[in-house]
Design a binder for this molecule. Structure first.
Ligand SMILES: [Zn+2]
Length: 70
């Protein structure tokens, strides 16, 4: 689920300093709520895991959908 962006003085399990906006992110989950600072850190990149979780779930390719209707 999408949450308000936050960053932290602690890196959690991330390899670099990033900010998060997804509560399913394993890195975000490794940072305890008291250690979270609300907002985007301009000097940091968005977490790649949060970006990945933001993608819509993949749909089956169209040619497979039409085969199923026959
Ligand atoms: Zn994240």
């Amino acid at each position: 689920m999408r949450i308000s962006p936050f960053h932290s003085p602690l890196r959690g399990i991330a390899l670099e300093e990033v900010w998060h906006d997804h509560d399913d992110c394993p890195v975000a989950r490794s940072i305890a709520p008291p250690d979270r600072v609300p907002g985007i850190a301009p000097s940091r990149k968005r977490c790649p895991y949060c970006a990945l979780l933001d993608q819509p779930p993949p749909r089956p390719p169209q040619h497979l959908v039409s085969l199923r209707r026959r």
